[in-house]
Design a protein around this ligand. Structure first.
Ligand code: SF4
Ligand code: SF4
Length: 473
């Protein structure tokens, strides 16, 4: 029985409730009166229920869809302005004992090179990432309790935070590793991770069991209840996501929103981020063999509907998507993107040899970080390398309260400008620096509070002239 407060996955992601939601959405997808009332509610920027948002997602009326897109863009601007937070993934290990049928790291794949970064490898990789200008990483690893132990993760996090090279520093380490115990989540929190990310892959339990035939990940409930345990372990920034293409997208969409509603109801804190990966080609994985692939148009509508249903959440898109799709997605709700990514174990310090390809998926956007930063600025976005909140203790409900009230903007905007200035001074090509300095000059006038504006201007000067770093609000 559907129960948003229950700690049991079968209750908070109740299959019957999703089916009823899809039927309700089908019945009402052309009910313009209801659609208008849902859009009006969404304009209040307090979000929508999974049922309401599912009606919008199902709606085929072009005029209403355009309204949904416009609203998504406006809500994105209201909560995130024109800032885009930058990050990079770092794959620590592709050893994995699971049998996920959509991922080339599955245990039966005997030909993919298996690698695990040593602490020395990590120092080399992270130094290379710092030299690109990154400040925020997402660690990734397969599930292998013998090789990829909690001690290994903790040591790796300590190593990463400890690397100080020239003006570089990784200031926020997010982590995407297998579902684990409350005690282990507590250890990760104590190690200073930012967000704990775990993709559900699919909320459809029957499909989930088929897609994960072997290994500990087969346990749907243990996987789906992971965020509850993470929160119990004190991690209050968690990141959700499904892998679109595995099951029917409308089912996944409803499940994803029900998961967000559950975290709000049970812990008072919704998801810090939502990611929207799509199934891609990789080693022995052919996306054509899965029946539920979605086209760009559907993908973009999903993004817009998530944006208006969960207005406060950060939304992430990776280099699984190409430049054109990423560009459109930014308008509709995406607030974080990766740049210059490698999806192999290693590869930042030195590209992998062709015959040693350990990529988890093919990258569709191969541009360097500098090219992505310039591209964003040419579209009038401010690439931000800010990591201030977690370091100032603004996490969980504290963060959400500031975010939902819009007050966080007073921090985000100046922080974006100051961290961009660091990037431009330390890492950018001359052309990118020129464009960026012009953008900062213009954007600094948009800091509303005069006192704050003066501080920002002085800090910008200190970054450029006195080699000072790490200012933040
Ligand atoms: S998705 Fe994760 S758990 Fe599954 S095979 Fe790939 S790395 Fe392993
Ligand atoms: S101030 Fe906080 S919410 Fe804003 S960009 Fe920085 S870390 Fe993110």
């Amino acid at each position: 029985m559907y129960d948003v407060h229950s700690k049991c996955a079968d209750d908070f992601i109740d299959h019957e409730e999703i089916l009823a939601t899809l039927a309700y959405a089908d019945e009402n997808k052309e009910n313009t009166e209801l659609i208008d009332s849902i859009i009006e509610k969404a304009k209040k920027r307090k979000g929508l229920t999974h049922r309401e948002a599912s009606v919008l997602l199902a709606c085929p009326i072009e005029e209403k869809n355009q309204e949904i897109y416009r609203l998504a863009e406006q809500i994105k601007k209201d909560f995130y302005g024109n800032r885009i937070v930058m990050f990079a993934p770092l794959y620590l290990s592709n050893y994995c004992i699971n049998g996920c049928t959509y991922c080339p790291y599955h245990a039966k794949n005997k030909h993919i090179p298996r690698k695990q970064l040593s602490q020395d490898d990590i120092i080399r990789e992270v130094t290379a990432l710092q030299d690109m200008g990154h400040k925020r990483l997402a660690l990734e690893a397969g599930e292998d309790p013998v090789r990829n132990t909690m001690d290994y993760y903790l040591e790796s996090i300590r190593t990463i935070y400890g690397i100080k090279h020239k003006n570089g520093a990784i200031r926020r380490v997010n982590i995407n590793i297998a579902a684990t115990t409350v005690d282990n989540y507590r250890l990760l929190r104590e190690a200073g991770i930012g967000t704990y990310i775990l993709f559900q892959e699919t909320y459809h339990k029957e499909s989930y069991l088929e897609l994960h035939p072997t290994g500990p990940k087969h346990d749907y409930n243990y996987h789906t209840e992971a965020m509850d345990r993470a929160m119990e372990g004190g991690i209050d920034d968690v990141g959700l996501g499904v892998l679109f293409g595995l099951d029917k997208y409308r089912y996944e969409f409803a499940g994803l929103l029900m998961h967000a509603e559950h975290l709000e109801a049970a812990f008072g804190v919704g998801p810090h981020t939502i990611s929207v990966p799509r199934l891609k080609h990789a080693d022995d994985i052919n996306p054509e063999e899965f029946d539920n692939g979605i086209d760009d148009e559907t993908f973009l509508k999903i993004i817009a509907c998530i944006r208006i249903a969960v207005p406060y959440t950060g939304m992430i898109i990776s280099t699984r998507e190409n430049k054109s799709c990423r560009g459109k997605a930014l308008h509709l709700g995406i607030s974080q993107i990766s740049g210059g990514s490698r999806t192999s174990v290693g590869g930042y310090y030195e590209p992998e040899p062709e015959d040693e390809n350990s990529e988890q998926f093919d990258v569709s956007d191969n541009r360097t970080l500098d090219e992505v930063v310039r591209w964003l600025m040419e579209m009038d976005y401010i690439p931000s390398f800010c990591t201030a909140c977690y370091r100032e203790g603004r996490t969980g409900d504290r963060f959400m309260a500031l975010c939902k009230s819009g007050q966080i903007q007073n921090c985000c905007h100046p922080n974006a400008l100051m961290t961009l200035k660091e990037y431009l001074t330390d890492y950018a090509t001359p052309e990118t620096k020129k464009i960026g300095d012009r953008l900062i000059e213009k954007e600094v006038l948009n800091v509303p509070n005069e006192k704050v504006r003066k501080v920002v201007l002085e800090n910008l000067r200190l970054i450029e002239e006195d080699n000072r770093r790490d200012f933040r609000f």
